[in-house]
Design a protein around this ligand. Structure first.
Ligand code: MG
Length: 245
């Protein structure tokens, strides 16, 4: 099942996604074009991972980390499908990053790797928008580079945990329809279960928390007016346009 949060006729709805419309709690049907999409969940924390694909580390000239290198993305950066990404004034190098996002379903701590999928609610698509200007050292927290408002498009909807195999999906990013980035989660250095075990060892995970699993090789810049589409096989595509501040 696919679940979305959206605004239609001035009200917030949580609904299920059908072929060409969204169906709310009361069974009413809204065409995709008639709604304002919101991020599919409201996480209390968003955890990111840097350099989690060997080929991506290579394109940046970096060594592969010996343990997951994490950062937080602020919840104020969240936007939904079709909402604009604001290009900060003065930034030279704004990048998209397609990522598989894991949504937690249960409050948990010290989850064994073998039981990690028991705490997953579902999966969605994230764009880890990054102002590369502010990354001078990959082992320093990229809080500014990844923390601007609108730098966390998430959606368009949540897919139930049982509906995809997160270790076996293709990720793609398009800019104005042109394929720019392609990878596969089988190439993740730390897979979904590894990340849940590693993070929950020291930090309580709560319902709707999001773990962004990292981006594959093929990153590049975007400019004003570009439309970025990030998609994960079996989930869907998240589209956002780059606008001026
Ligand atoms: Mg990233």
């Amino acid at each position: 099942m696919r679940t979305a949060r959206f605004i239609a006729e001035g009200r917030l709805h949580i609904g299920t996604v059908h072929e060409s419309c969204l169906v709310d709690e009361a069974g009413r049907c809204y065409p995709f074009e008639a709604v304002t999409w919101l991020p599919p969940v409201e996480p209390r924390k968003i955890i990111g991972v840097v350099l989690n694909y060997a080929e991506h580390a290579q394109e940046l000239g970096m060594e592969v980390p010996t343990a997951p290198v994490l950062f937080f993305k602020p919840t104020t950066a969240l936007i939904g499908h079709r909402a604009p990404i604001v290009y900060p004034t003065g930034v030279q190098s704004l990048h998209y990053e397609v990522e598989l996002a894991v949504v937690i379903g249960k409050r948990c701590r010290k989850v064994a790797r073998e039981r990690a999928f028991e705490v997953v609610r579902g999966y969605t698509v994230a764009n880890d928008v990054t102002a590369r200007d502010f990354i001078t050292n990959y082992f320093r927290p990229p809080v500014k580079a990844k923390g601007f408002d609108t730098f966390c498009p998430l959606g368009p909807w949540l897919v139930d945990a049982g509906d995809i195999d997160p270790d076996n999906v293709t990720l793609r990013a398009y800019v104005n329809g042109e394929l720019r980035q392609e990878g596969h989660t089988s190439r993740l250095i730390y897979k979904v279960a590894d990340l849940i075990a590693y993070i929950s060892e020291f930090m309580t995970l709560e319902p709707d928390d999001v773990i962004m699993t990292g981006t594959p090789e093929g990153i590049s810049f975007v400019k004003l007016g570009d439309v970025v589409r990030v998609e994960v096989e079996g989930i869907g595509g998240l589209e956002n346009q780059i606008v001026a501040e």
